[in-house]
Write a protein that binds this ligand. Structure first.
Ligand SMILES: NC(=O)c1ccc[n+]([C@@H]2O[C@H](COP(=O)([O-])OP(=O)(O)OC[C@H]3O[C@@H](n4cnc5c(N)ncnc54)[C@H](O)[C@@H]3O)[C@@H](O)[C@H]2O)c1
Length: 342
């Protein structure tokens, strides 16, 4: 474009985002995989998120996850995600609500503002699913889901995509009514039997795959002897396992070993206390790129921490935006005419 053209950016609402691939497991997985490969190759930048902690309600915060992804067509932007743990119960809306802003990294011009709530949940699930392809046992059948929220809706969809033999799903939430509703919704959506149970132990014992998406403030409750040989545990919330359970794991893998080992997570605290070596924590990107091996032994208990990365939001938002441009979805909103100042 020239300086005289009207500058437009695309605005994508939730419905556009869904129409353009945000809930397509294969498309999300491919975008997330590419982002991890770029990260492993050093072609990604992800500064620490900027967090505005409000804390008037549980988990009330506003967080900016900025990032850049290289590759043939670089992507730059930020996810702005604002959360309040009381939202589902008091307002009937998601705990976390997000926007993704994409800019052209070369010119700095805005490309799009994209509704990011679905993208955020899907990119997180994409990371877990990618990890499951290299760290879970492919014949896994029993899944334990802890937390009947938004995050685990996408986790279930993506885990079933990569582990199609998962069919026995047990669900635990401290809110039994929410668990019943979630089981009914997701059971119908995926044509799978989901059994709400009355304790986390009942869900986790002898599960092949465990996914915890509860609250970041939760006190660790998953003990080492709950975890069956060969289990793959995904921590979407980061504190559900006790110190002993993390330390007893045969492998620890995270989306970002550097970020996770310095963050307010179970793994971060254990590294900070000197009880865990940072070098004992592998990066998912290194595993996916083949630099580090995936599952080594069938009986290994592997714990994956899905520390949130903005580059994954950007990768999925960019995939969605490309589809939207192809089919002219959403609105191309004028941002300005000729620049007011040059
Ligand atoms: N939504 C996302 O896109 C996203 C992305 C990355 C990470 N996460 C993380 O995942 C977690 C869940 O997010 P969400 O958006 O699904 O929240 P949510 O509030 O929709 O759901 C969380 C559920 O966990 C339940 N819960 C709380 N403590 C529990 C416990 N001790 N045992 C069992 N259940 C418990 C709550 O009752 C609630 O139903 C948060 O820690 C969040 O930071 C979410």
């Amino acid at each position: 474009m020239t300086g005289a053209d009207t500058l437009r950016m695309r605005v994508l609402a939730q419905e556009d985002v869904i129409r353009c691939g945000a809930t397509d497991p294969a498309a999300v997985l491919a975008a997330v995989r590419e982002a991890f490969l770029l990260k492993a190759a050093g072609a990604a930048i992800e500064p620490a998120p900027a967090t505005v902690g409000l804390d008037a309600a549980p988990g009330q915060r506003m967080v900016a996850h900025a990032g850049w992804l290289g590759g043939p067509t670089p992507v730059g932007g930020v996810k702005w995600i604002c959360a309040n743990g009381d939202n589902p119960r008091l307002r009937g809306i998601p705990r976390a609500n997000a926007l993704v802003i994409l800019s052209d990294p070369e010119t700095g011009l805005p490309r799009a503002v994209v509704e990011g709530t679905v993208i955020s949940a899907m990119r997180t699930a994409g990371a877990t699913a990618l990890a499951a392809t290299v760290l879970a046992r492919p014949r896994s059948t029993r899944l334990a889901v802890i937390g009947a929220g938004v995050a685990n809706r996408s986790q279930l969809a993506l885990l079933r995509h990569v582990l199609p033999k998962l069919r026995e799903v047990r669900l635990y939430d401290i809110d039994a009514a929410r668990a019943r509703q979630w089981a009914a919704d997701e059971g119908a959506r995926h044509q799978v039997e989901i059994t709400p149970v009355t304790s986390a132990y009942q869900a986790v014992r002898d599960a092949d795959v465990v996914v915890c998406a509860t609250a970041d403030s939760v006190t660790g409750y998953v003990e080492p002897d709950w975890l069956a040989p060969g289990v793959f545990v995904a921590g979407v919330s980061h504190n559900d396992l006790t110190d002993a359970a993390v330390l007893a794991a045969d492998r620890l893998v995270t989306t970002d070993a550097e970020g996770t080992s310095t963050a307010v997570t179970r793994i971060g605290r254990l590294c900070g206390d000197g009880r865990l070596e940072r070098s004992a924590v592998d990066d998912l990107g290194a595993v996916v790129s083949g630099a580090v091996s995936g599952r080594r032994e069938p009986d290994d208990r592997i714990v994956f921490d899905a520390w949130g990365l903005g580059i994954l939001d950007l990768a999925v938002a960019d995939m969605v935006l490309r589809h939207a441009e192809d089919r002219d979805a959403g609105q191309a909103v004028p941002v300005r005419g000729a620049p007011h100042w040059r």
